[in-house]
Ligand binder design. Sequence first.
Ligand code: TTP
Ligand code: MG
Length: 362
Amino acid sequence: MQKKAMAQHKSFGRRILHIDMDAFFASVEENRKPELKGKPVVIGGMGDPSKRGVVSTANYEARKYGISSAMPLRTAYKLCPRAIFLPVDYKAYLAVSRYFKAVLLNITTIMEDVGIDEAYLDISENRDTDEKISEKIKTGIYEKTGLTCSIGIAPNKLLAKIASDMNKPDGLTIFSGEDIENRLWPLPIRKLYGIGPKTEEHLKALNIATIGQLAALPPEVLVARFGPSYGHYLHEASRGIDESPIITSWEPKSFSREITFQVDEKNWQAIARTLAELTKEVVSDLAEKGYAARNVILKIRYSDFRTVTRACSIDQAVGKEEEIRRMAFSCLKRVDLSGKKIRLVGVRVGRLEKIKNAISGV
Ligand code: TTP
Ligand code: MG
């Protein structure tokens, strides 16, 4: 026990806050269309459950029917036919995301942006209490966006993320090093960041269902089963140990766009037109963030789900639509389309280089 407490000491010197917006896409929609309040709302694809697409998110009312993210829209419709289905309006959500991140940056600039509705802050140097900081954030976000969020505060990122999920919606959960045994260990292993369905299955075969049972396993067993890197990670994480730093900014590695056709497509012109549109969007990402690219990768998925990629690279990074489109089309020429039906087209630009003097977005 003593040894464990010492090992954890370093990790417990920090104060990390994790914030996650509540039913984000759905809340933005409810906020701008008040008539939706109190009704089950599902956001996904084109907002038409008779068409292909998956649920991006559902509001809490719709979740009562068992609707969840990544579920086909058709299944969601079967579970709750009276739900209101809306298309994804990513631009609107991104605009709101920028507003709430501006509120966070007022608290501290040591912020890690982890997605459209999530962020970590290092508040170790902030003199206010956890409650006060949380209140400032919640009020600030509510005033700027009309939305609620859930906050977790803990000695590291791993625990802060678990904490923010504990009292949704509009929650605040403060987690200290002493809470490991009582509050972390009873949780199911899937709550631990990095444990997906496959690892869960492996661990269940070892009769491990809770994080506490995982923590009780000798590390050698985990290393033998999962290799040194992931094995050690699982051992440490189950004990609430996480030294990973807040990463305040990073360079993107690539930009990509893909689309699944409503009905599988075999018309070359329609495929080419779609590719040109996707290329245009990727080029606009490049321009907005101030990058040029040295390679373009095309992805094609056939109706039987077989997927092929073709890449095209050049020495000098390019950012103009014309040039990127030419590369994308040279990839398309190398794909066998003869008489085949295509389900999905995607394009990715990579090997990015920053363009001098570019202003990058938040
Ligand atoms: P989450 O934070 O996972 O979900 P949420 O904000 O909708 O709900 P919660 O209150 O439980 O946090 O994801 C944030 C947004 O990301 C979500 O509103 C929609 C989008 N998203 C997808 O598009 N697909 C997905 O599979 C998931 C999980 C999220
Ligand atoms: Mg969320």
